[in-house]
Design a protein around this ligand. Structure first.
Ligand code: SF4
Ligand code: SF4
Ligand code: SF4
Length: 291
């Protein structure tokens, strides 16, 4: 019987199955975007090493089940040559998920897929004391559940009204699903406590009274799904994708240096002095506004 206990078998993307003589192999596919040629390549690899099916995972990767561990080295070489190398699943930075964002979705305020690729290049597979899931959503609809991930990124867009133009027609009130806009004394008034900064109202005004006060990225830390779900805490708003990458790198470095293994990140945020970190990072990143 082949043992699954060392070498390539210990890579995070190699997962021992119920039948411990077989393993599933998870791939690295940032944002879940894969070329058609690469997909055909994975199909061919699955047929060569596994069975005639694959598994699409919740983290937008593809798993190839029922691999004989003695063939892992050759499988890994074939996956790398296909541009879809072995992925990650242990206490590491695992596959980065992203919604379609501005590449396709009409609600998006940010380019999620480019951001996923940029973060993947910097951080994918880094060994950590705890598992780090990074999820990116192009708007507050949050289709990739960023608030339930250790690190979440959400695109947002804040509306502002140009004085002197509003007719009080109420069109923007109809657009806002949050009840954040009211007509008061003949003009629209925004309640910032109710506004989730989705930006949907901005293009609704037939008189051009509404515009963007600036698209930005909200970064959250410490969410998790699973047995006891927790929402991530708001860390910072930043204005650019480069700043997102810089902040997320700092978060990962902070967790790497200070977190304990064996405990979920959400359970140790206070012990890690999250509030101090939040203050420090607001001072360290240029052109950002602390929440
Ligand atoms: S999170 Fe927003 S931008 Fe992303 S797919 Fe959902 S609705 Fe579209
Ligand atoms: S940005 Fe979204 S939540 Fe805020 S007022 Fe406009 S439609 Fe409503
Ligand atoms: S849609 Fe434009 S003009 Fe109408 S109430 Fe809203 S801001 Fe004013």
């Amino acid at each position: 019987m082949t043992r699954i206990d060392d070498g390539i078998h210990m890579k995070g993307g190699v997962i021992t199955e119920r039948d411990s003589t077989r393993c599933s192999v998870r791939t690295r596919i940032p944002g879940g975007v894969i070329g058609t040629q690469q997909l055909q390549g994975i199909v061919a690899i699955a047929e060569r090493y596994g069975q005639e099916w694959i598994h699409l995972t919740t983290r937008q990767t593809i798993e190839i089940p029922h691999i004989d561990p003695s063939r892992l080295d050759q499988l890994a070489a074939d996956l790398s040559a296909n541009g879809t190398p072995i992925g990650s699943e242990r206490d590491e930075v695992v596959n980065i998920t992203a919604c379609p964002g501005s590449e396709r979705c009409k609600f998006a305020t940010i380019d999620t897929l480019s951001l996923a690729r940029a973060l993947d290049v910097k951080l994918f597979g880094k060994e950590m004391p705890v598992k780090i899931r990074i999820a990116i959503s192009g708007c507050p609809n949050a289709c990739t559940s960023p608030l339930l991930s250790e690190i979440g990124v959400i695109g947002r867009n804040t509306p502002e009204r140009t004085p002197g133009i509003c007719t009080g027609c109420g069109t923007c009130v109809e657009y806002c699903k949050e009840g954040a806009i009211k007509i008061w004394n003949g003009i629209s008034v925004l309640n910032p406590d109710l506004c989730v900064q989705c930006g949907s109202c901005i293009h609704s005004c037939p008189f051009g009274s509404l515009s963007s006060a600036g698209g930005h990225f909200l970064i959250t830390v410490g969410g998790r799904r699973g047995r006891h779900p927790r929402l991530g805490r708001e860390l910072i708003n930043v204005a650019t994708a480069d700043e997102v990458v810089a902040v997320v790198e700092r978060v990962v470095g902070w967790v790497y240096r200070r977190a304990w293994s064996g405990r979920l990140l959400c359970e140790q945020l206070d012990d890690l002095k999250f509030d101090e970190f939040k203050t420090d990072i607001a001072g360290a990143v240029q052109d950002v506004s602390p929440i």
